[in-house]
Write a protein that binds this ligand. Structure first.
Ligand SMILES: NC(=O)c1ccc[n+]([C@@H]2O[C@H](COP(=O)([O-])OP(=O)(O)OC[C@H]3O[C@@H](n4cnc5c(N)ncnc54)[C@H](OP(=O)(O)O)[C@@H]3O)[C@@H](O)[C@H]2O)c1
Length: 373
């Protein structure tokens, strides 16, 4: 991303949700490294109070290897004072009213000060309990929107969604928003109030049966998958992310909504250094299992394309989109897919070869210190 572009963030106050997550960590690091003259970063973090939110930010974000480049180049003291000066971790929860920010004075201050909001918070479990996924990915998106509307200076809300809201549709997918009621299964109509009442009825039924917490979890997970499948989505995650998009489009009024839909986000390509990744979530779980010698084969069409996009490229897309649309109001929800397979396709057979070559050169050892072939 051109430094000329990032300069436009100078003096801006940005609210970011999901900063303890994989993607928004890369976003926060990039802003602090490339534009330390940002006015302030409010980070909404799940914690019991603001001190615990700061503690989480320090332990899980600043102390992570992602900040090594800044730490090594500028020194630990510089990084600590930059964080102290610019970053304000706030305890909150997007699934709650006012995003769980209880202090009304702080809220009022945020309403006056914030210029840009980036919502990256989500539950990313594919088979999440339906009630939880609904509360975070749908009601949560609505709560962030409501908060954004109260912010005097905010013109754009950037929301991170997923390319998988498009389901199993094949071919080139247009960057088109959903309309209210639309589903991927053309025979059904999506009524979100009905979905919420189905969740409430299920709870009632389970309580009447004295269901154990484990039974409740299983039943709610099953319900999510059932409802997703009924309306044509492959899992509860993609289904609720799609509903989140619908809610934003429906209730946006005069706010500009920009939605970024990444495919599978993988390790960084260049920034702050190549190969940073955290957690084991998507394709990395296959690579890990292969490296450990647990996964020896995998069924698939070697010619099919696997769409992956490095985390730093998604972050650049987010920043560029915020700036491009800051002063350009559009009635329509603006959607950008952040993906690779059209211009830089990665075939499954390539993925297999790269993984094979990597582990042949850099084999892992097992518990007894023996090389895994
Ligand atoms: N990773 C991918 O491959 C991928 C691909 C496409 C799209 N996306 C989208 O990109 C965004 C970021 O994904 P990610 O990979 O960074 O996910 P992640 O690592 O699972 O992080 C999710 C973040 O959201 C926060 N969060 C969850 N529920 C919340 C709530 N109720 N209130 C406030 N914060 C909450 C989590 O906080 P805690 O730390 O407290 O749990 C965490 O910081 C998501 O919107 C996701 O749908 C991801």
């Amino acid at each position: 991303m051109e430094s000329r572009t990032i300069e436009q963030f100078q003096g801006k106050t940005i609210l970011i949700t999901g900063a303890t997550g994989f993607l928004a960590k890369i976003l926060v690091e990039k802003i602090l490294r490339v534009q330390p003259n940002v006015k302030k970063l409010y980070l909404l973090i799940r914690a019991s109070n603001n001190n615990s939110a700061r503690q989480r930010f320090t332990n899980e974000v600043v102390m992570s290897g992602l900040f090594n480049v800044t730490r090594e180049k500028m020194g630990t003291i510089y990084l600590s004072s930059l964080v102290e000066d610019k970053v304000l971790p706030i305890s909150g929860d997007i699934s709650k009213k006012n995003m769980g920010i209880k202090n009304s004075q702080l809220r009022e201050h945020m309403f006056k000060e914030i210029d840009i909001i980036i919502n990256s918070a989500a539950t990313t479990n594919f088979d999440e309990r339906y009630d939880i996924a609904m509360n975070i990915n749908v009601i949560g998106a609505k709560n962030v929107l409501k908060f954004a509307k109260s912010c005097k200076k905010v013109k754009t809300l950037l929301h991170v969604s997923t390319a998988y809201v498009c389901g199993k549709t094949t071919g080139i997918l247009s960057e088109k928003s959903f309309v209210m009621g639309e589903t991927l299964n053309k025979n059904s109509y999506l009524d979100m109030d009905k979905e919420r009442s189905i969740i409430a009825s299920k709870f009632k039924e389970l309580r009447a049966q004295n269901a154990t917490p484990k039974e409740l979890t299983i039943a709610m997970k099953e319900l999510g998958l059932q409802r997703a499948s009924l309306h044509g989505w492959q899992n509860t995650y993609a289904f609720t992310k799609a509903m989140g998009e619908v809610v934003l489009g429906h209730l946006k009024e005069n706010l500009q909504i920009v939605i970024i839909r990444p495919t599978v986000i993988t390790s960084t390509y260049k920034e702050p250094f190549p190969g940073w990744i955290e957690g084991v979530k998507t394709v990395d779980s296959f690579i890990l299992a292969y490296g450990k010698g647990v996964l020896n084969f995998y069924y698939g069409d070697p010619n099919s394309k696997f769409d992956a996009i490095p985390g730093d490229m998604v972050v650049n897309t987010i920043l560029a989109a915020v700036l491009a649309h800051e002063n350009q109001y559009s009635e329509e929800v603006v959607i950008y897919h952040s993906s690779s397979s059209l211009n830089n396709p990665l075939k499954l057979s390539d993925l297999m070869l790269y993984t094979f070559h990597y582990f042949t050169k850099n084999p892992w050892g097992n518990k007894d210190g023996k090389t895994i072939k």
